[in-house]
Design a binder for this molecule. Structure first.
Ligand code: 4LM
Length: 403
């Protein structure tokens, strides 16, 4: 499915999202690349099979590790992340766990930011710790704290999200990267909230990027998938170990096809997610029922300047707290009628959820308090609906909150 790639570095993001790796003439003329629904691949001869297994010859072996539809998505996605190579897997958690199982062993130390998606957090602090990995948790918005944390041992890797789930803290990717690299650690960034349309961590100094492709990359709330991108040698090691025999968390060919479809409109969708999110953040801020709004696009956000430096726009998620707290927040959520009460994000539909009892319920109450995930926090994933309809729904629900 090769396409002349000599021009690709010069082509724009949306062009690459639509064209990298395939042109109709490569196949039957079909505008859209085929979906290869196959579990195994024929070897031309027994010897050819042997050579492919030994890595002496290019070729597909078995569907657990590679499929042509998946390979096309991986090539295209790597181009968008400015990475050498990509690996698509069954979920965001599969991307993270396949990566960590490959890179870590008992006795290693890692340093993580103190707000991560709830299941990423417990994978580190209650999963990997069972197998002898030491996990140091620090507030990555404080570079002195990062410095202190990496100097506690010789960390193998640092891991963080920016914007971070659920409260949209922004981490200085370049600065954390410098500190981590000085300590000899690999830098892994979960880029789910930004997507490569808004931020390319590898250009800022990160080594590896991981994603829940379930979210904005798929973009339509109809699949579960994950991606890793970075240097070819590391990504292929994750495929040969993490995916092949440590997790076996293979992406389905049809899901890879849907991700290719999602990529075509990613830049366009992100523009709408971001402009509507800013408008909703401003609307929330002006309402007397709201005590706090977290959105890096607001000029007075403590993260605004940093976000402007490292992101093209500020993302589709907005978090807020209501006067009173959790009870009023829940009542507000129950009043919404167009906005859907659901976890996940990045869909066409606007979603709202309560992190303390939902996506971040894996944290203990004390961890949530220490890590700044308040009980009253409400998180919106702003969708693609007509903005005035979203505003009307949110306003009527805020007006109904009893203060
Ligand atoms: C949610 N998030 O927040 P899969 N990394 C980040 C995430 O937000 C998520 C994953 C990885 C939510 C799911 C319910 C920053 C998930 C995990 O769900 O395994 O594709 O991704 O609402």
């Amino acid at each position: 499915m090769g396409r002349d790639t000599s021009n690709q570095a010069k082509e724009g993001f949306a062009t690459r999202a639509i064209h990298v790796g395939y042109r109709p003439a490569d196949e039957s003329g079909a505008l859209t690349p085929p979906v290869f629904m196959t579990s195994t691949y024929a070897f031309e001869t027994a010897e050819a099979g042997e050579e492919i297994f030994r890595g002496e010859r290019e070729g597909y072996v078995y569907g657990r590790t590679r499929n042509p539809t998946q390979a096309l998505f991986e090539e295209r996605f790597a181009s968008l992340e400015s990475a050498e190579a990509g690996l698509a897997v069954a979920s965001g958690m599969a991307a993270i766990s396949s990566t960590l199982w490959t890179l870590l062993q008992a006795g290693d130390q890692v340093v993580i930011d103190h707000t991560l998606y709830g299941n990423s957090f417990v994978l580190f602090v209650r999963g990997l710790t069972r197998f002898g990995v030491k996990v140091v948790v620090a507030d990555f918005t404080d570079l002195d704290a990062v410095e202190a944390a990496v100097s506690l041992g010789a960390p193998k890797l640092v891991f963080f999200e920016s914007p971070a789930n659920p409260n949209l803290r922004i981490i200085d990717v370049a600065a954390v990267g410098r500190i981590a690299h000085q300590a000899g650690a690999l830098v892994i960034v979960d880029n789910t909230f930004a997507t490569p349309a808004l931020q390319q961590p590898i250009l800022l100094g990160a080594d590896l990027v991981v994603h829940s492709a379930t979210k904005f990359i798929g973009g339509h709330g109809d699949l579960i998938a994950g991606v890793v991108a970075g240097p070819r040698s590391i990504v292929e090691t994750i495929r040969r170990q993490g995916l092949r025999y440590l997790t076996g968390a293979t992406i389905a060919p049809l899901t890879a096809f849907l991700l290719l479809r999602g990529l075509k409109t990613l830049e366009l969708r992100m523009e709408r997610h971001c402009s509507s999110a800013l408008a909703i953040a401003e609307l929330l801020e002006q309402h007397r029922a709201v005590t706090r709004v977290s959105y890096p696009g607001l000029a007075h956000s403590p993260f605004h300047q940093l976000a402007r430096r490292q992101m093209a726009a500020f993302g589709g998620l907005v978090a807020c707290e209501l006067r009173g707290g959790k009870k009023e927040g829940m009542a507000f959520m129950n009043r919404l009628s167009l906005v859907t009460r659901a976890v996940s994000l990045g869909d066409a539909e606007t979603l709202v959820q309560h992190p303390a009892s939902m996506t971040h319920s894996t944290y203990t109450e004390e961890e949530r308090r220490k890590h700044g995930i308040s009980d009253g926090l409400i998180r919106f994933s702003i969708g693609l609906e007509t903005l005035s309809d979203l505003k009307d729904d949110i306003l009527q629900a805020l007006d109904a909150v009893q203060l």
